[in-house]
Design a protein around this ligand. Structure first.
Ligand code: THU
Length: 160
């Protein structure tokens, strides 16, 4: 037996000014997208913005449903829309932010497992590391350079 460990590197930015201007812009678009969220059940308004290699930005938000599992997370809405619109263009970066109607969220909400799995496949399709930025309504920004640090031991399509 031997013990091993996974290292999950990420960056923390306390200030938007520390980000590259195009990443700060992407984050702003994600905040803007929370206004489009339909979240009457959770009151948790998530916004996402995806930057494609052609410079296009596609926004998404969570859309809930009275039949709860029929709703979809913001980052999957944005990523699926982006890939449907530009199927041959690599995805470069995604920003995900959350605003709660019940409190001021000052810490990032990391993406759910299903969204990480979807981000992984978008990354593999794009053949380049996907940058991921997360933030609450305020507070620090977490940045990941590639999905492996978000989803260790991911299910690999190559096993099929
Ligand atoms: N949600 C997202 O949009 N992204 C995530 O990664 C986690 C959760 C949404 C789903 C639901 O509408 C609300 O947040 C509360 O779970």
């Amino acid at each position: 037996m031997r013990k091993e460990q996974f290292i999950c590197p990420y960056e923390v930015y306390d200030n938007h000014d520390e980000l590259e201007p195009q990443d700060a812009d992407l984050l702003r678009k994600a905040h803007e997208a929370t206004a489009r969220s339909y979240a009457p059940y959770s009151k948790f308004h998530v916004g996402a913005a995806v930057r494609m290699a052609n410079g296009e930005i596609v926004m998404g938000c969570n859309i809930e449903n009275a039949a709860y599992p029929s709703g979809l997370c913001a980052e999957r809405v944005a990523l699926f829309a982006a890939q449907a619109k530009f199927p041959d263009v690599p995805v470069e970066a995604v920003a995900i932010v959350a605003h709660s109607k019940t409190k001021t969220l000052a810490e990032p909400a990391a993406p759910c497992g299903a969204c990480r799995q979807v981000m992984l496949e978008a990354e593999q399709r794009s053949k380049r590391p996907l940058r991921v930025f997360c933030q609450g309504e305020t507070g620090p920004v977490m940045a990941f350079d590639g999905i492996e640090s978000l989803l260790p031991f991911v299910f690999q399509a190559r096993l099929l």
